[in-house]
Design a protein around this ligand. Sequence first.
Ligand SMILES: Cc1cc2nc3c(=O)[nH]c(=O)nc-3n(C[C@H](O)[C@H](O)[C@H](O)COP(=O)(O)OP(=O)(O)OC[C@H]3O[C@@H](n4cnc5c(N)ncnc54)[C@H](O)[C@@H]3O)c2cc1C
Length: 401
Amino acid sequence: MHIELSRELQNFQQEVRAFLADAIPAEIREAGRLCTTIIAEHEATQAWHKIMYRQGWAAPNWPEEYGGPGWDVMRRYIFAQEYARAGAPRLPPQGLAMVAPALMGHGSDEQKAFYLPRILSGEDVWCQGYSEPGAGSDLASLQCRAVSDGDDYVINGSKIWTTSAHHADRMFCLVRTSTDGKPQAGITFLLLEMGIPGITVEPIHILGGDHEFNQVHFSDVRVPKSNRVGAENDGWTVAKYLLEFERGGGARAVGHRTRLNQIRALAAERRQSDGTCLLQEADFARELSALEIELTTVEFTEQRTMAEIAKRGSPGAASSMLKTRATEVQMAVSELGMRAIAYYAAPHQPEERLAGTNLQPIGQRDEMSLTARYLNDRAGSIYGGSNEIQRNIMAKLVLGM
Ligand SMILES: Cc1cc2nc3c(=O)[nH]c(=O)nc-3n(C[C@H](O)[C@H](O)[C@H](O)COP(=O)(O)OP(=O)(O)OC[C@H]3O[C@@H](n4cnc5c(N)ncnc54)[C@H](O)[C@@H]3O)c2cc1C
């Protein structure tokens, strides 16, 4: 799809493009390029957050009253596209794109005044404490218990798959405050500091070798009641609202397209034993073209989701469609990447993948991240709520089945 931009929007696009071309330091660009997980190396990402904050662009989707640039939907979309095209590392979404909109929608004035500026500047890094060992898709069955004790809640239990908990200053989490009635009706949304007594963060290493997420244990952790967002036992409302933002919005297709173009270049370059290149193989070329078409459909869906946000302030249940299609295509792209590099997919080279390393990789530098990325991308159909669950949501809330 090609959208004809007005002169004004073209100027905006040029402004963003020019800034990003200049502003990303080489080592941060490298960290973004070599990133195989959701978020690039922590230090590089933090340094980049500060640069974007100084520019006033750390939170492109925030309204002006909270320090955002106040861009309309089209500007946000253009920005997101240029951002992905420039290879800038993604800023952690847990603060900027998840708890922040939840606070804007459901937080008290004091909570907004305290937390939002710290999220915007990158002073606080956040993690999300929803899933538990026995509660993932069936999130409402969560058991992490918060018992009222004077002005505090006392928390006992555990959260799992907590991305970036080892870097986070704060967590937003769901806790059980009642077992009466429907499971959804006994959940409360709390904000807590990661450094307080009783919290232990246990690393979980993933298939690609990276340390991205953790299990977090709570043992008699005291959290003031003033850290509650919304009413006691009404956390499900806040949680669902936040999940819409986790699943919808943004411009993912352009990042996948950049990767597909890299794969095309690799397949055109590398010679096979008979002197031909992979791109000349009909099956491979067909798959590549099919993925390009799929990516265009994801771009359409992104634009529809952005229009939905403009209209009603949140992406709505249709964000499930975007999450599902975008992750399916993302997984197919990384699978094609594995085919393109063939035997070079085999070496495991975690140190060679670090930005600024002087270790010589086996194969080309751009190829060595493809396996770890392929392995990590398998998680796409699981995180943010599995794609099967997204299909259930679409059937119920979008199609009314
Ligand atoms: C990379 C990554 C990062 C994550 N980060 C975080 C984080 O920061 N914070 C956090 O709280 N959580 C996080 N998660 C957890 C994630 O939200 C859960 O993994 C997800 O909700 C699925 O839950 P589960 O793993 O318990 O799988 P289960 O719920 O046990 O599901 C197992 C399988 O059964 C299917 N299934 C289950 N129920 C149904 C149903 N009703 N209909 C059809 N199929 C069904 C699922 O689709 C899945 O295929 C992360 C997960 C990943 C992979």
